[in-house]
Design a protein. Sequence first.
Length: 672
Amino acid sequence: MPQRESAAQRIQELTALIHHHDFRYYVLDDPEVSDAAYDALFRELQDLEKQHPDLRQSDSPSHRVGGQALSQFTKISHRVPMLSLANALTEEEFQEFDQRVHRFLDRPVGDILEYYVELKFDGLSVNLTYENGSLSHAATRGDGETGEDVTHNVRTIRSVPLKLRTQTPPQLIEVRGEVILPIEDFEKLNRQQEEAGQKTFSNPRNAAAGSLRQLDSNVTASRPLTIFCYGMGYVSDLKLKTMAEYQDQLAEWGFPVGEFRRVCRGVNEVLKFYREIQERRSDLPFEIDGIVVKLNRLIELDQAGYIARSPRGMIAFKYPPRQETTVIEDIVVQVGRTGALTPVAHVTPVRIGGAIVKRATLHNQDEIDRKDIRIGDRVVIQRAGDVIPEVVKVITDVRTGREKKFQLPKTCPVCGSLVVRKEDEAVTRCVSRNCIAQLKERIRHLASLDALNIEGLGDKIVEQLVDAGLVKNYADLFTLTFEQIIDLEGFAERSTQKLLDAIQRAKTPELDRLIYGLGIRHVGEKTAKSLARHFGEIEKLMVANESDYENIHEVGVEISKSLLHFLSDPQTIRELRHLLHHVHPRKPKVPRAEGGLRLSGKTVVITGTLPTLSRSDATRLIEENGGKTSSSVSKKTTFVLAGEEAGSKLEKAKDLGVEVLSEGQFLKLIEN
């Protein structure tokens, strides 16, 4: 056999063999060969690929060792949105969820529903796209619709199959999973970071997220990340009936799916699983913060429908926060972008649920007074939702008399301006628009990932820019020069140019990202999208009145007042107009009909299984065209979008004389 043909055959054999051993070691935890034997196979493959680089296969295990560093992450749109889950924090709340699901499915309360339950891993959600069985793209969750392309980094995770273990893969499938860092590896990584004089991570989740979002995949490859897969996005040609079947299929294809998962019949079996895992939680090698409960039958999951960005047939059933005791060493006041003064306790460092906690929010003066929290107190502290540390209560029995009461200052601790507290609010605010602390927080928010996403403009650099007087408002960011930046601490020619390039890329954001980035009170990402779709241009938003705002779906009185307050301030308008000399937001791509969106003011009920659209896709199209969805049919329903097995909602629509549309008729309506 000629040398080249022999090399090609051996490369193919080694690639398949190493994939097999990776699966045995990283997924099954049951290796068949020694580390030395594995290393010998890997070196042989690398040598052959070096001699014949054109023979290297797309799913070669050598991709896992990292590669050339990227200059930035690009964006990837998920074919099917990655939805968030509603939470149940008590057994009573979970039982209420079960009752709601019965109503959504038009099932008597006595009927026992079949649920699929699994662990809720505390990591970073990713979407893996496989084309003809090979990993083609990997993206973070992002805003649920668009994430960051982390393909190069995900390829370094050895538990992620580069190729599905099947001869008949789907043509295209999105697999959802959670990238995590096991607790033992997290502690080891922090020791290494500390010894190297580098920043340590506060918890395994942050370590996993930071590791996966490295521009240099060699750094990611050096960290022992793993993944557990649990969900599906788009799938081209896979016929399954239950979540259990889907996860079994994932396991057959080579994905880690977790040991603790079960099909439960009814509430009592779910509660039994919940309690069993709670007892074993501290012994698990990775962080979890609850279990996930899903309707097992896919048709029922779709029939239950969706609300906002959450499926009604799924819920995250959280465990109570973990608690420890510590001592409040001091209380300091932070000033946020809206001027809110937040008291923060500096505590003696304590480990809670895998994270070292050094600070805890005290929320506001009322909370401090209600709990009688004093400097020097020994307190019970917890991570609320296993994330944000907070003080639960004071252990008054051990007080010595040396503890000091705390009172928020009457002037801003940063700018010295007077602070005010409105009668209907618990928050005290600095009223000065010129407060340096507020400015820093506004600039940080504008540059954040979900706003203009100015890569490299972190907290430290914002501090330097504001303290040096280089940035006094939004627009100043976009007039920075090379000479101004390079004089700042830590900057060289390359890093200066990278920051300027990132600022340049941010000059043409999507309109909703700019609106969100302005940091208007009560205006989150979802509301920003609604505003962008409705007005289409930032100038129209700026001149609208309160009633204009209130007519928008999902914009209520509170948000309307906040918008009016923000956009009626002369200084804000001046800053915004100055910003628009440099930043030119892109109009929404949503098609508009004459006089507004095609479904403006219309209410739609979705029922049954649609031929090509999932329930979430149909809901998104309705909302993008100005409509809203409802779970029940009434005389106020504009029309019912019906598919197969439509059931009682279709019958009720006919009884009430409500128009019924097929998927084809619906698509024609919004496209014309």
